[in-house]
Design a protein around this ligand. Structure first.
Ligand code: SF4
Length: 71
């Protein structure tokens, strides 16, 4: 049993990475408890599956030149 949650405690619940969901052949999500669900839905039975979550990419940082820092 894990004592520390994987990838932090601040992951919002979503059906997209719940262990009760199955991705159907048509691309829709089917919950074993509630049927068809949207990726952003969630319920009290949410069970986090870290292998299903795809982390968001970090935004590109702007590039600066030395002239940007001159007074
Ligand atoms: S409806 Fe609840 S149990 Fe079903 S996939 Fe979404 S969070 Fe998981």
């Amino acid at each position: 049993m894990f004592t520390k949650p994987l990838f932090g405690r601040d992951i919002p619940p979503a059906c997209e990475y719940c262990s009760h969901v199955v991705r159907a052949a048509d691309g829709l999500l089917r919950c074993t408890r509630r049927g068809a669900v949207q990726p952003f839905d969630h319920c009290r039975a949410f069970s986090y599956d870290p292998l299903r979550r795809v982390p968001r990419r970090r935004p590109q940082l702007p590039t600066f030149s030395p002239d940007d820092f001159k007074l």
